[in-house]
Ligand binder design. Structure first.
Ligand code: 2AM
Ligand code: CA
Length: 265
């Protein structure tokens, strides 16, 4: 597969989808809920996913597609070439703020990330990586990640995980939040992971993400020397929901050893 060509095609589709999403700000959205009252989807999420699927199927009929809104394929193995698509990552922000959301597309070959794109639609900022060829912010090369310790780090972490919740003992992450220089939450996993890649934050933690949320960002972070695992320090399988932990090299190990060892994540 020529990944440069895949990138050229995908980046054109992403820009086209971005124009459509920006135009939708003038329209009335149809909003529905999914798994719970705060898990939202709009007609635009669905339209954009269908747009990408028709482009991919037209150009690459033999590839498989995993899409958040369910218009893609169903499969249980990552063999062959798989596109993982989140048409709007940060749908709540899209609805409430008309910013702080992104299109996320990661392409995997036999489970190995080959090309990732994250497009910050409102700022017209495109991040991408092709495995082995570096990562880019609007065609400007992103520098490899250097080590940094917790005390000098900003950790992206949602407040949900440090207040009582049904998923984890909320007290477990408080020492980490306290030790860090600061915490941030942006509400779009794809953007938060790309902020790790660009060094705007030093780590990002979530207790539950789906493959389409992190597929593209993981390729950028790893291309720059960062580390991606679940909160147990294990490799992600890219087929199921799991906890998620991205960080600079060194920092990843420090957080895992000093702050996450005792949790049942
Ligand atoms: P979404 O907007 O595409 O649904 C919000 O903190 C981040 O977590 C967003 O990237 C959001 O993606 C994702 N997210 C929200 N609810 C989720 C859920 N139930 N499962 C997996 N990811 C979720
Ligand atoms: Ca989404």
């Amino acid at each position: 597969m020529n990944w440069d060509t895949v990138y050229t095609n995908a980046s054109q589709w992403v820009k086209e989808a971005g124009e459509r999403i920006r135009a939708s700000f003038q329209e009335t959205l149809t909003i529905r809920t999914k798994s719970n009252p705060n898990d939202l989807v709009t007609d635009i999420d669905q339209e954009i996913e269908q747009f990408f699927i028709s482009k991919i199927r037209g150009q690459y009929p033999e590839h498989k597609i995993l899409g958040e809104e369910g218009y893609g394929d169903e499969f249980e193995q990552l063999d062959g070439i798989v596109w993982m698509i989140d048409p709007i990552d940060g749908t709540m922000n899209f609805i409430h703020q008309q910013r702080n959301f992104a299109i996320s597309i990661g392409v995997y070959e036999n489970g190995v990330g080959q090309m990732g794109i994250i497009y910050d639609v409102v700022h017209d900022e495109l991040y991408h990586a092709i495995r082995g060829n570096g990562a880019y912010f609007n065609d400007k090369r992103i520098l490899p990640l250097k080590e940094r310790n917790v005390k000098e780090s900003i950790i992206a972490l949602n407040a949900t995980w440090v207040m009582e919740n049904h998923r984890i003992n909320h007290e477990l992450l408080i020492p980490l939040a306290r030790a860090a220089r600061g915490t941030r939450s942006y509400g779009s996993a794809a953007l938060e992971i790309v902020y790790v890649a660009t060094g705007r934050v030093d780590a990002y933690i979530s207790l539950r993400l789906s493959p389409w949320d992190f597929a593209a960002g993981a390729i950028l972070v790893e291309e720059l020397g960062g580390v991606i695992t679940n909160l147990r320090g294990e490799r992600l399988d890219y087929l199921s929901k799991d906890s998620f932990f991205a960080a600079r090299p060194g920092l990843h190990q420090e957080i895992l050893t000093d702050y996450l060892k005792n949790g049942k994540w």
